[in-house]
Design a protein around this ligand. Structure first.
Ligand SMILES: *Cc1c(COP(=O)(O)O)cnc(C)c1O
Length: 230
């Protein structure tokens, strides 16, 4: 089941790329395994997918300990400053940096281990009250501050679009995200790269790919519905 789902998602990504003349190799599929047991990831591994997304530090660390060390772990959920230390040496990319204070904590903990943390800046494109992330207007200023931290490397931007039954309604947010990343890239800020655009989930990843996503985060579409009551 899981492997077939992945094949289907990969096929959909390929078709979205073809539609707009992109190379599917530009798009990394992150399988969002939050709330699912580690055995679900073991089931997914034969598909060749090595990028997995978690939204809780504890769960990421538990799965890190059990599963093969070539897995690339993505922290995609809101990150509390007191949990940053547990991610050192374990995380490929932190998608959810939305304040200087959090970035400074990441700097402190990764510097201790003489490691560089790769991060994305989370932008709340639709300005939903319920979501974390900064506004697009605040993005450049925050990036200029974080860029000064030697153990933090900004690799791009991340957004969580509104939940919707019609993915077309999110196209405008993905378009504006891409534009924001191009604008910031054109400023040539030292220590900042805009190679990654993490956007698109089960409901809207094809539209996100059409608008320039380089990472899509798909959970339900791969692992099935999540059960939060267990
Ligand atoms: C849960 C989650 C996803 C995956 O959501 P699905 O709709 O199940 O694909 C993607 N990104 C973030 C930040 C999430 O928390």
């Amino acid at each position: 089941m899981i492997v077939e789902n992945i094949k289907q998602v990969e096929e959909n990504i390929k078709q979205a790329c073809e539609k707009v003349g992109r190379n599917p190799e530009e798009v990394t599929l992150i399988a969002v395994s939050k709330t699912k047991p580690y055995t679900a990831i073991e089931e997914a591994l034969p598909s060749g997918i090595l990028d997995y997304g978690e939204n809780k530090v504890q769960e990421l660390c538990d799965k890190f300990d059990i599963l093969p060390k070539n897995i690339r772990w993505h922290m995609i959920g809101h990150l509390q400053r007191n949990k940053v230390k547990y991610l050192v040496g374990k995380v490929q990319l932190i998608h959810s940096v939305d304040s200087l204070r959090l970035a400074e904590q990441i700097e402190k903990e990764f510097a201790k281990a003489d490691e560089i943390a790769n991060v994305l800046i989370e932008v709340n494109m639709a300005q939903e009250e319920s979501k974390f992330g900064i506004t697009s207007q605040e993005t450049e200023e925050l990036i200029r501050e974080i860029a000064k931290l030697p153990h933090v490397r900004i690799q791009g931007l991340m957004t969580i679009a509104p939940f919707t039954d019609n993915p077309e309604t999110n196209r405008v947010y993905f378009k504006n995200m891409k534009k924001l990343s191009v604008d910031i890239n054109n400023k040539n800020i030292d220590n900042v790269s805009m190679n990654v655009l993490s956007m698109g989930m089960t409901g809207d990843y094809q539209v996100a790919v059409e608008e320039g996503a380089t990472m899509v985060r798909v959970g339900t579409g791969i692992f099935g519905e999540r059960n939060y009551n267990i």
